[in-house]
Design a protein around this ligand. Structure first.
Ligand code: 5GP
Ligand code: MN
Length: 352
């Protein structure tokens, strides 16, 4: 991510660079796979999927993440072996970065997304391979496969493995992790998957042993009663609708979260519900953290949630799914949000 001149872009529909990449991945080495902070299903699924496949190829592979994933992802095969940096801040990570031969960055493409790992990663100066589906103009060292037309990085990992003729190394554990990643980024195969090829990948992963019904169950039907009550409260008491902006938002303070015994990951998916209201094209979930307010943004159609997050809330992401932060109180975050919405009034008016 430091020097654009050594960047080598890979394209699934072209041949340039692929022979070199295949040869490189055939030589066993020590690989460290990194993914982004607040890891979601696609982050964990793509990282662990790669780990299983590369392990089969004879590599020594370790996955490291800035912070823990929510409970509904911890059943994924290999999760327990992941190095979670904030459990033992910067203890192992420096060694792992120094000792590895290659770093793979999965499901992100700006180093800031590594949180506390970012400065250590930058210092390491190690060769990096990037695989991601977020749009990016960032300079990046080494080979990278960025394809924002894909609904998930996990799908891209499967296509990458297929392109390299490595699918014989794809076992049930890898297939399970990759299908879990596809499922979470497409919200249960509902959004970001309106192209037939993604279902060919789903079918292939099922043929490699992924149990779609079990994965769906583990991700969507293992919530606590408290989480369901928090969702009920968020929609019935807390959701604010701004019809003039075709926007709705939910703003949960720490004390509201605490009154439902909130655990990490409990609010995952809440932001999607307001989009089910006729006429709403933009939905935001604010969750108060210790020193800032976290934003989750979702949109439909052409309304650029990522641009909005980047411009006003130090964030980014995809056109229809983005994240950001506000360094202040919840009250200030909401006031700021409503005031900047005005700048998008015309665009929101024509969005559908
Ligand atoms: P979520 O709302 O689930 O936290 O994030 C939605 C999407 O936006 C994900 O694809 C995530 O990777 C991306 N995203 C979340 N937070 C940030 C951020 O702070 N910066 C950038 N660039 N992307 C983010
Ligand atoms: Mn993703």
């Amino acid at each position: 991510m430091q020097n654009k001149s050594t960047e080598k872009k890979l394209n699934l529909d072209a041949e340039l660079g692929w022979t070199e990449v295949r040869e490189e991945f055939l030589k066993p080495c020590r690989i460290l796979i990194l993914t982004h902070k607040n890891p979601d299903g696609d982050a964990i699924g793509s990282a662990l999927g790669l780990k299983w496949i590369l392990g089969q190829l004879g590599h020594k592979v370790i996955v490291a993440i800035p912070d823990d994933a929510p409970l509904f992802l911890k059943w994924l095969p290999g999760y327990n072996e992941i190095i979670v940096n904030d459990r033992k801040p910067n203890g192992n990570i420096s060694n792992l970065l120094n000792e590895c031969d290659l770093i793979i960055c999965a499901d992100f493409n700006t180093p800031e997304r590594l949180g506390a790992i970012e400065p250590l990663y930058r210092e390491s100066g190690k060769r990096t391979f990037l695989i991601d589906h977020h749009p990016s103009e960032e300079p990046f060292t080494g080979f990278n496969l960025i394809d924002p037309t894909k609904g998930s990085t996990s799908e891209l990992v499967y296509l990458f493995i297929k392109k390299l003729n490595f699918t014989e190394h794809l076992g049930i554990d890898a297939a399970t992790c990759l299908l879990a990643g596809i499922m979470t980024d497409t919200v249960g195969l509902k959004v970001n998957c309106s192209y037939p090829e993604v279902f060919e990948t789903v079918a292939a992963l099922m043929r490699h042993g992924a149990d779609k019904a079990r994965i769906y169950h583990e991700i969507y039907n293992t919530h606590s009663a408290d989480r369901m009550r928090l969702l009920g409260y968020s929609l019935s008491q807390n959701m604010r609708i701004l019809p003039e902006y075709k926007t709705a938002y939910i703003a949960l303070t720490i004390s509201e979260l605490n009154s439902y015994h909130h655990l990490k990951g409990d609010t995952e998916g809440f932001v999607n519900y307001p989009l089910a209201i006729a006429g709403i094209v933009f939905s935001v979930l604010f969750t108060e953290q210790n020193d800032h307010v976290k934003l989750s943004l979702r949109s439909t159609g052409d309304f650029p949630a990522n641009q909005f997050a980047q411009k006003y809330f130090f964030g980014g992401g995809h056109l229809n799914a983005a994240g950001g932060r506000f360094p202040g109180t919840m009250k200030e975050a909401v006031i700021r949000f409503e005031s900047v919405l005005e700048e998008y009034r015309e665009l929101l008016a024509v969005s559908r």
